[in-house]
Design a protein around this ligand. Structure first.
Ligand SMILES: O=C(O)CCC(=O)C(=O)O
Ligand SMILES: [Fe+2]
Length: 353
């Protein structure tokens, strides 16, 4: 009998926790119905790869202190020990993700390639840029746009820009939520990263990549090794296969993103701000034996261009000397000699030690 009472009490406690989580969730994402993507779906996601941690976004904002504490602890571990993770229950409706990927699958139709050439490189102030195999070792076609502070959608086809903007707007809210949670994992006030990066005016670029089928069996590169600047990089894709990340331990890990999850990779400027505590990681795309097209939609969420970024005082002391030079985000994007829309890493030039 006692057991029965205890299990009833447990059920009631769980019910109360779930209802409380829904309430706090609604505060952060008021436009979303609380039954969207709330709850644990980890089972469906975890089987494909156990080397990349999974973070449940909704639990980071749980009203239940124990749940929130555990979720933040998982996030701290993922940022510190990995630097990349899958984000589930992230509030972005599945249909929104599906329509962006479908939209770009149509956009990259090989028979209409000539129409896309209007977005070919024009100059350093391009807001929209298209290219194909643009640098040595690349096997991809891409469309890049500047998405923030002002959104620049491709004018053709007309519905694509709307779909992309809808996705980007939800994504941005999730990224701001993530900035708050990551700040807390550093033991700092929740708006620390938003303030240090002035994310309100953050410079964000989206890259839509198409990797066509490739029948070489070895050594075919889709995108060479690199890290990305900024706070975080978010990535969604239509099919798995090809993306690899170099782990802390120097091992290449294949990325198999659970369906409708988002891959988060920490950017160079979070590494700089935290003086190397939370690191960005080298990644690349391999296209050996790709039987089908693969599309990825990658968003680089950066600080405001005029924001001076250097290691925070909180992360520098005798034991942890300053490891990076300070410079504005704009200067650091230009230090690699590329245009802003290229958002290339220059962390090697910024390193002091
Ligand atoms: O397409 C991918 O899987 C990765 C793309 C990437 O790393 C990038 O665009 O920076
Ligand atoms: Fe990248």
């Amino acid at each position: 009998m006692n057991e029965l009472i205890t299990s009833h009490a447990k059920l009631l406690a769980i019910f109360t926790i779930v209802m409380a989580e829904k309430a706090s969730f609604a505060q952060l994402h008021p436009s979303l119905p609380t039954n969207v993507n709330v709850g644990l779906h980890v089972d469906a996601y975890s089987a494909s790869d156990n080397e990349i941690p999974t973070i449940d976004y909704s639990l980071l904002f749980s009203d239940n202190p124990d749940h929130q504490f555990l979720a933040l602890e998982n996030l701290r571990h993922a940022c510190h020990e990995y630097g990349f993770f899958y984000l589930v229950n992230h509030t972005i409706p599945d249909e929104v993700l599906d329509s962006v990927l479908k939209g770009f699958s149509d956009f990259f139709d090989p028979t209409t390639v000539d129409e896309r050439k209007v977005y070919r490189k024009n100059g350093p102030s391009d807001k929209i840029r298209w290219d194909q195999n643009s640098s040595a070792g690349e096997n991809r076609e891409y469309l890049k746009i500047i998405a923030h502070p002002q959104f620049h959608g491709p004018p053709n086809p007309s519905n694509l820009s709307k779909i992309l903007e809808e996705y980007y707007k939800s994504l941005r809210m999730t990224v701001i939520g993530l900035a708050r949670a990551v700040s807390k994992t550093l033991g700092l006030e929740e708006n620390y990263i938003e303030k240090e990066f002035n994310l309100k005016s953050g410079f964000d670029v989206m890259a839509m990549n198409l990797y066509p089928p490739n029948f070489r069996s070895k050594g075919a590169i889709g995108l060479p090794e690199h890290t990305d600047p900024g706070f975080v990089v978010t990535l969604v894709q239509d099919v798995n296969g090809g993306l690899q990340i170099l782990s802390h331990q120097g091992k290449w890990i294949s990325v198999y993103i659970p369906h409708h999850a988002i891959l988060i990779q920490l950017g160079d400027h979070l590494e700089i701000l935290t003086n190397g505590k939370y690191k960005s990681h080298i990644h690349r795309v391999i296209v050996n034996n790709n039987k089908v097209n693969r599309i990825s939609v990658v968003s680089l969420h950066g600080p405001a261009l005029d924001k001076f970024i250097c290691p925070g005082n909180e992360f520098v002391d005798e034991e942890h000397p300053q490891k990076y030079r300070g410079m504005t985000y704009k200067e650091s994007l230009e230090a690699s000699g590329s245009n802003q829309i290229d958002v290339q890493s220059s962390i090697e030039q910024i390193k002091l030690i």
